[in-house]
Design a protein around this ligand. Structure first.
Ligand SMILES: Cc1ncc(COP(=O)(O)O)c(C=O)c1O
Length: 391
């Protein structure tokens, strides 16, 4: 393989572009504080993790032993004994959510999936692909599910086997659906625990909550059936990936035998990335639990400083207690485009990640938000131009 000088030049330009924009993301939750250079040499090989990492197949160039360790780490983190669970390294949060919904649909083929209005858009794709009946439930202003409406809707539908898609950190507001309240409402309308499925979409917060004190319920200890977490968000990865973990007896129902590689497969893809399990492995081996805690604490502390700075300057910004997502009213298009802020409807957010080391790095974005939304902006908007703020 040889690239022409022109193509080499294009790659060089793209390299420079990546270096310039490496830390662009204040609106999207991709951590950029990683260094996986110890893994670069594995890009010389076609590592393929097709099938179950627990079953040695005939395709020997796999990273199963690393994937096993990754899944054991997450089983412990999410409070389920490893032998009672099974999961794998996915292509990202969406695939993990799809896997959870697939298990649910196999368990309750006629069940209706209930998801909140603030659920990530990918749930719509999953519903279509898996052809699951689904109902959208309203949210409270803080982004949490409306638990009463959930119960009322299930009763109205006469649904005996609801599939609950709970948000453990919504995309825009970082809201966490209260698992205890969901369970309580279902019990109150006469639906026993064995008659419903509970999936946790913990794309971002799944790697925050294990490292904070007094975390809300989100794990298998709280009786979820499956959980999906993105690898390229709070963990950090050069390639999108994630992990999904579920109760083992639910996964066993969907396994298929693959004779030509002498393996068993219960994943969504056929061939699977063998490099990203190495990335996840290096990430979990590269930090102690105390270091994960400290990394999380720092992000939460800076997020709180951003809220306070914005509030102090007249912007009604807020965040949920265990969230690194700072929510505020939508600023001007110029501001959200300049700083790549995620914006939806009336709200925008910024997300504090481990590569943000201090408030200082965020001065420019804070300045622009305050210019658009602070008291001076309100004054400009409400006064006739001739009188604007001059008094
Ligand atoms: C709450 C939530 N769920 C799922 C996803 C999808 O994750 P991924 O982009 O890793 O597929 C996202 C992505 O932003 C998300 O915020």
């Amino acid at each position: 393989m040889t690239l022409s000088a022109e193509d080499e030049h294009r790659l060089e330009q793209f390299w420079q572009f990546c270096r310039t924009h490496q830390y662009f993301n204040v609106g999207y939750p991709e951590a950029a504080d990683f260094d996986y250079s110890a893994l670069h040499r594995f890009l010389y090989f076609s590592i393929n993790n097709c099938g179950d990492w627990a079953v040695p197949g005939n395709y020997v160039l796999n990273s199963f032993e690393f994937e096993r360790e990754v899944m054991h780490f997450f089983a412990e983190l999410f409070s389920i004994p490893a032998p009672h669970s099974w999961g794998y390294v996915t292509n990202g949060g969406t695939e993990g959510n799809m896997f959870g919904c697939y298990l649910a649909r196999e368990l309750f083929p006629e069940g209706t999936l209930y998801y909140s209005q603030e659920t990530h858009y990918s749930v719509m794709k999953i519903i279509k692909l898996l052809r699951i009946k689904a109902k959208k439930i309203a949210t409270q202003p803080n982004g949490e599910l409306d638990y009463d409406q959930l119960a009322t809707q299930i009763l109205c539908d006469g649904e005996r086997h609801p599939i609950i898609f709970a948000n453990i950190g919504t995309t825009l507001k970082g809201a966490i659906d209260n698992i205890a309240l969901i369970k309580q409402r279902l019990s109150a309308i006469g639906i026993a625990r064995q008659d419903y499925y509970l999936h946790a979409d913990a794309a971002l917060s799944g790697m925050i909550l294990p490292f904070v004190d007094n975390a809300p319920a989100f794990s298998f200890a709280d009786d979820i059936d499956s959980i999906s977490v993105s690898g390229h968000k709070m963990i950090g990865s050069p390639i999108p990936c994630g992990i999904v973990l579920a109760k083992r007896h639910l996964v066993d129902r969907i396994a298929v035998e693959v004779d030509y590689i002498s393996a068993s497969d219960q994943t969504i893809s056929g061939s699977r990335n063998g490099f990203t399990p190495l990335v996840m492995w290096a990430a979990i081996k590269g930090r102690t639990l105390a270091q994960w805690r400290e990394r999380t604490r720092r992000c939460l502390a800076i997020a709180q400083q951003v809220v306070e700075r914005l509030n102090h300057q007249g912007v009604p910004a807020w965040r949920h207690p265990h969230s690194i997502t700072v929510v505020f009213p939508r600023p001007s298009e110029r501001t959200w485009k300049t700083h790549c802020l995620a914006t939806s409807g009336e709200h925008s957010h910024l997300i504090i990640l481990p590569h943000h080391h201090s408030l200082h790095q965020l001065n420019a974005v804070i300045r622009d938000i305050v210019r658009d939304l602070g008291p001076a902006a309100a004054c400009n908007a409400s006064q006739p131009p001739m009188l604007a703020c001059s008094a």
